[in-house]
Design a protein. Structure first.
Ligand SMILES: Nc1ncnc2c1ncn2[C@@H]1O[C@H](COP(=O)(O)OP(=O)(O)OP(=O)(O)O)[C@@H](O)[C@H]1O
Length: 319
């Protein structure tokens, strides 16, 4: 793995992350299966990018590549991440590469993996989980320092500090997911990859998590999020931009409201159609809901104010 200065990726341009030509395969032998096929996009400071597509299209694989947690049989053949004035080579063709990515994991990019809330050890109090996560990055961190940070963060997000003394089974699903989100962002990652964080939650817990993520971006706990899901209604509530993925490639990307209102790619239209009733009236209502009716949706004005425009779409991101 190599890192070289990339002055074009920095706050002065408003660009948080520039992802180019990510290619991933499963296998590593003659029977390689290409799961991500040349994905490129940009994310501005403070933006949430929704990554949507049918099951199996490569969303999680792309997320793992960006978070630098690809392990065999997944191999990242190529890909670069320009962030914080660095150009990180994402390719993971040998064990040395995996080690070299370590300084960036959890700090530059943090992953909230699919099903994370159900993977919390039942024998650990949340406070032990906090320590484990902090010590994975800095084995010398003092216990009090780590717990103080967790307490501050919980307070900042208006969550009860007492969850630190709880075991996972004492928390609701929604609370577990919010706690795990807080823990995975304790190190103030510049970019959070959240993989299906709301899929196992009921509607009110989904809303609470969405509101918390928006607050975390607003308070710059992290500077941007790639929010992975095939749940388009949830994505329309939270995303500034949407990227639609099909068979390992991004087929269309643009500001959320614009993409939902006026999809350009037949696959996007098909995907949107699959979440909307085909009758004209319910389709209209569905679109209203998708584009603003829920009350949580970022308005077109807000999206425009975030500096996103159709011309932001990287050339390689449309077809
Ligand atoms: N360990 C693996 N070995 C071989 N192929 C895999 C492996 N993991 C995933 N794949 C394949 O890679 C492709 C992309 O999978 P991925 O999990 O990235 O899709 P996804 O869009 O995240 O799906 P979902 O929405 O169901 O989570 C799929 O065809 C999948 O079968």
């Amino acid at each position: 793995m190599t890192t070289t200065p990339a002055p074009q990726s920095g706050a002065e341009t408003g660009v948080l992350a520039r992802v180019s030509d990510v290619r991933c395969v499963y296998g590593g032998g003659e029977q390689d299966f290409t799961a991500v096929d040349g994905v490129s996009f940009e994310l501005n400071e403070g933006e949430i990018l929704g990554l949507a597509g049918e099951s199996g299209c490569g969303k999680t694989t792309l997320g793992n590549a960006l978070a630098m947690i690809a392990v065999p049989p997944l191999y990242v053949l190529s890909g670069r991440l320009g962030i914080d004035g660095r150009e990180i080579d994402l390719a993971t063709l040998n064990a040395a590469d995996v080690k070299a990515h370590r300084p960036y994991r959890g700090t530059t990019v943090s992953m909230l993996p699919q099903g994370a809330m159900n993977a919390i050890s039942p024998t650990l109090r949340i406070r032990s989980l906090v320590l484990d996560v902090m010590r994975a990055h800095d084995k010398n961190v003092a216990k009090d320092e780590a717990l103080d940070l967790a307490r501050d963060r919980l307070k900042m997000l208006e969550m009860p500090v007492r969850v630190l003394d709880s075991y996972a089974h004492q928390l609701s699903g929604g609370m577990k997911q919010r706690v795990i989100t807080v823990i995975s962002t304790l190190l103030n990652p510049r970019l959070l990859i959240a993989d299906e964080p709301t899929s196992a939650l009921d509607v009110s817990s989904q809303r609470m998590l969405v509101e918390m993520l928006l607050a975390m971006v607003e308070q710059r706990i992290m500077s941007g999020v790639v929010f992975v899901t095939h749940d388009l209604p949830v994505l329309s509530q939270i995303s500034d931009k949407l990227a639609i993925m099909n068979r390992g490639a991004i087929v269309e990307m643009g500001p959320t409201a614009q993409l939902v209102e006026d999809p350009q790619h037949p696959y996007t239209e098909k995907l949107l159609g699959s979440v909307l009733d085909p009758t004209a009236e319910t389709r209209r209502k569905g679109k209203e809901w998708l584009t603003g009716g829920s009350g949580l949706v970022r308005s077109a004005t807000e999206t425009a104010a975030s500096g996103t425009s159709p011309s932001d779409t990287p050339k390689g991101a449309t077809s």
